[in-house]
Write a protein that binds this ligand. Structure first.
Ligand SMILES: CC(C)(COP(=O)(O)OP(=O)(O)OC[C@H]1O[C@@H](n2cnc3c(N)ncnc32)[C@H](O)[C@@H]1OP(=O)(O)O)[C@@H](O)C(=O)NCCC(=O)NCCS
Length: 192
């Protein structure tokens, strides 16, 4: 199984993706503590102690060598250096060569294509470095902004599960988007 050990930072036109550091605590808390960020996530708004725990985990998630491991990166604007979000790639199955992407961004930086730009880099790591066959993105069905990011990257809606999860006191629908390596290659290794 190929491994994924990127050299950091990963730079795009407007963004710099790097491992999380302990001093990202305040910036991450500013994202996690917002109801409009956590609305469709599995967890509620987080406080300082919970964010410290997440950050402790994320600072170590910089490479993928085994099934179940993930890379979680801090996404920073190159113009200001501000930490604006997180983008993640996980190796779901080594046998089936399957991965998953995820992301969340501070609302002050929504609507400018940053999530799409950052997540494209995680797809590149998955397909080009890890050689994955298929990468998925999962979301709560009401989370249209998240679906639009996946669609802009060329991912297809493959499944809509009706009320398959009990989250925050209500039944949620889950959608699964996916992209095959052949589709990624056909799009020139950039998504749609
Ligand atoms: C999901 C989430 C990251 C999407 O954020 P977003 O700002 O809509 O996504 P992008 O950064 O890719 O920006 C895309 C928007 O910017 C616009 N845009 C402006 N300039 C752009 C540019 N240069 N390039 C691309 N898009 C641009 C696009 O038209 C698009 O707007 P639209 O969706 O109204 O058509 C954000 O809603 C979020 O963080 N939510 C909370 C956490 C969450 O739910 N995460 C997903 C869990 S499954």
């Amino acid at each position: 199984m190929p491994t994924c050990r990127p050299s950091y930072p990963i730079e795009t036109a407007r963004l710099s993706l790097r491992p999380f550091r302990a001093d990202d605590q305040d910036d991450l808390l500013a994202i996690f503590s917002r109801e409009d960020v956590t609305r469709y996530l599995y967890w509620p708004q987080l406080g300082p102690d919970e964010v410290r725990e997440v950050l402790g985990r994320w600072t170590t998630q910089v490479a993928i060598e085994h099934e179940g491991e993930a890379i979680s990166l801090a996404v920073c604007r190159r113009d200001s250096g501000a930490l604006i979000g997180e983008a993640m790639l996980k190796l779901l199955s080594e046998t089936d060569s399957q991965g998953e992407i995820g992301f969340m961004f501070h609302p002050d930086h929504h609507g400018q294509g940053f999530a799409t730009e950052a997540t494209r880099e995680l797809l590149k790591l998955g397909f080009d470095d890890l050689g994955l066959h298929r990468i998925i993105g999962r979301l709560e069905a009401r989370n249209r902004p998240s679906a639009r990011v996946l669609e802009r990257l060329g991912m297809r809606l493959e499944a809509h599960f009706r009320e398959n999860e009990w989250v925050k006191g209500e039944w949620n629908d889950e959608q699964v988007y996916a992209l095959l390596r052949s589709e990624w290659d056909a799009a020139g290794g950039q998504g749609a």
